[in-house]
Design a protein around this ligand. Structure first.
Ligand SMILES: [Zn+2]
Length: 139
C-alpha cells in the first residue's frame, strides 16, 4: 500500500509548491519598477504615494519622474534613497543633483538624492553636474 500513498503525498507537495510559486510571483511582481519593470534596488528605489493613498514604486528617480509626468494626481509623499548609503529619505528634505554619473543605463537615470547638502556638493565637485529642484514637488 506504499505505492498508493505516494501519489497523494506527491500531489500535496505539488500543491504546496504551486502555492509557494504563486505567492513568490505576486511578491516579485510587487517588487518591480512600475515604469520599466526592472528589479527594485533597495539603495535606489523611489516610492511615490499619490493623493488616492496608493503607493507606487520605481527603480530610479528618472523612472518615477517619467511616470509621474503622465499622472493627473499630485504626489502626497515621495520617498527617495540617499545616494551614499541608501537610507530612505523624504524628497522634500533631500538635495537633488543631476550629474554625468548614470546609475542605470537602461533608463539613463542621472539624478541623485542626498540627505546632506555637503554630500551633494561633494558629488558635484567630484563628478560635475548641478543641483536641481525636487522632481516630485507639487506646485
Ligand atoms: Zn524603472
Amino acid at each position: 500500500m506504499r505505492i498508493g500513498k505516494w501519489p497523494a503525498g506527491y500531489l500535496s507537495l505539488m500543491a504546496i509548491l504551486a502555492l509557494a510559486a504563486g505567492l513568490a510571483s505576486r511578491y516579485l511582481v510587487g517588487r518591480r519598477c512600475e515604469m520599466d519593470g526592472q528589479a527594485l534596488s533597495p539603495t535606489l528605489r523611489v516610492d511615490l504615494k499619490l493623493a488616492d493613498g496608493v503607493t507606487h514604486s520605481f527603480c530610479s528617480i528618472e523612472c518615477a519622474r517619467r511616470w509621474l509626468a503622465a499622472q493627473k494626481q499630485p504626489v502626497k509623499e515621495a520617498l527617495v534613497r540617499d545616494a551614499l548609503n541608501g537610507d530612505p529619505l523624504d524628497a522634500y528634505v533631500a538635495v537633488f543633483v543631476e550629474s554625468p554619473i548614470v546609475t542605470n543605463r537602461a533608463n539613463g537615470n542621472h539624478i541623485h538624492a542626498f540627505r546632506a547638502r555637503t554630500d551633494a556638493m561633494d558629488h558635484i565637485r567630484r563628478f560635475g553636474g548641478h543641483e536641481i529642484d525636487d522632481p516630485f514637488e507639487t506646485p
